[in-house]
Design a protein around this ligand. Structure first.
Ligand SMILES: [Zn+2]
Length: 308
C-alpha cells in the first residue's frame, strides 16, 4: 500500500469563505491518497464540525473524563473539532463517494466537499455513485446544492434499506427526541427529493463490484460500513461506528451522537476486533489525519494507528 499526503490550498475558495464568514480562519485542505493496485482512494475533507465539550464528552463518566482525555492530549474544556473525511474511490470508469458531506446548511465550518473535489480534479457530474453510511446531516445533507438540486446529477445513490426507511418514516420526527428533530426534518426533505432514484440495499449486499455492505447499527438504526476489496488490496470504510480515539480505547463508551448507545457499543467492540484481526486499512469519517489508518489491539481494547 502506498500512502501519500499533500496539502491543497484552495485559495479562491478560502478567500470566499473568509469574506463570507470572517471568524473562520483560512485553512489548507488535506488530501490523503492511498493506492492499492488499480484502486485510488482519497480521503478528502468536507471541513469539520465543532462541538462544545460538555456535549462531546457527555458519554464519558465524569470521574474518568480527565484521565481518559489526557491520554489523547485532549483539553476537556476546549471546543472539540471533529474532522469530516469523505472517501473518494476511483477505479476504472467508476468515481465513488462514500457519503455526500454536509452541504451548505448544517454548520459554517462544514460543507467544503465541492471545493475539495475540485482540488483533486473531480467535477460533481463525474461522480458515478454515492454510497451512504447513514442519514445524519454531515453525511447526507450535501446531497442537494444551494438550489435544492442534486449536487451529483449523474450519480447512482445507494443507502441501506433500514436506514432509508427510518429517515423517511413520518413517525421518526416524534420518536427521535427534541434535540435531533432538525436531523429528521432535514433527512426527510433530502431523501424525499431523491426517493424515486435511490437504491436500497441489505446487509451483506455487494453494492458494487468488490464493495460489500456491512451493517453496523447503533450509531443510527441502519448504519452501514463498506468493505472495499480485501484487507491486502482494499480498505474498510468505517463511517461512524467509531468516531474518536477514545472509542478505540473504550469501545463501551459511546458518543453523544449515538442513537442506541448499547447497540453502538456492541457493534464498536465487535467490529474493532474484526478489523484488527483481519488487518484492514480503514478510513474513519471523523478520525484524525484524514482518517486513514489501522486498528491495533491494545490489551482488551484497541488503538487507532494513523498511516501518516
Ligand atoms: Zn458523522
Amino acid at each position: 500500500m502506498i500512502v501519500t499526503r499533500r496539502f491543497v490550498l484552495g485559495r479562491s475558495a478560502a478567500l470566499l469563505a473568509a469574506a463570507a464568514l470572517p471568524l473562520i480562519p483560512r485553512r489548507a485542505r488535506s488530501v490523503t491518497t492511498m493506492t492499492q493496485g488499480e484502486l485510488q482512494i482519497d480521503s478528502i475533507s468536507d471541513g469539520h464540525l465543532e462541538f462544545p465539550p460538555d456535549f462531546a464528552f457527555a458519554a464519558i463518566p465524569e470521574a474518568e473524563r480527565a484521565d481518559l482525555l489526557a491520554r489523547f492530549g485532549i483539553d476537556p474544556q476546549a471546543t472539540v473539532l471533529s474532522p469530516l473525511n469523505v472517501t473518494l474511490l476511483r477505479q476504472g470508469d467508476r468515481v465513488v463517494l462514500f457519503d455526500a458531506g454536509s452541504g451548505p446548511d448544517f454548520m459554517p465550518t462544514a460543507g467544503r466537499l465541492p471545493d475539495a473535489l475540485a482540488a483533486v480534479g473531480v467535477a460533481p457530474e463525474e461522480v458515478t455513485d454515492v454510497l451512504f453510511t447513514h442519514g445524519h446531516p454531515d453525511h447526507l445533507w450535501g446531497l442537494l446544492d444551494d438550489f435544492d438540486e442534486p449536487l451529483f446529477p449523474e450519480a447512482a445513490l445507494k443507502m441501506g434499506a433500514v436506514e432509508f426507511d427510518y429517515w423517511t418514516d413520518p413517525r421518526t420526527l416524534d420518536t427521535i427526541g427534541e434535540e435531533r428533530q432538525s436531523f429528521a426534518v432535514g433527512a426527510m426533505r433530502r431523501l424525499s427529493a431523491v426517493a424515486d432514484g435511490i437504491e436500497r440495499f441489505e446487509d451483506g449486499a455487494e453494492v458494487m463490484p468488490g464493495i460489500t455492505a456491512v451493517m453496523t447499527p447503533g450509531h443510527t438504526p441502519g448504519h452501514m460500513s463498506f468493505a472495499v476489496g480485501t484487507p491486502e488490496q482494499g480498505v474498510f470504510v468505517i463511517g461512524d461506528f467509531v468516531t474518536t480515539q477514545v472509542g478505540f480505547a473504550r469501545p463501551d463508551l459511546g458518543t453523544s451522537t449515538d442513537h442506541d448507545p448499547q447497540l453502538a457499543s456492541e457493534t464498536r467492540a465487535a467490529m474493532l476486533a474484526r478489523l484488527a484481526d483481519e488487518g484492514w486499512p480503514v478510513i474513519g469519517y471523523h478520525l484524525p489525519d484524514g482518517g486513514i489508518g489501522r486498528v491495533i489491539r491494545d490489551g482488551d481494547a484497541f488503538q487507532f494507528e494513523g498511516e501518516q
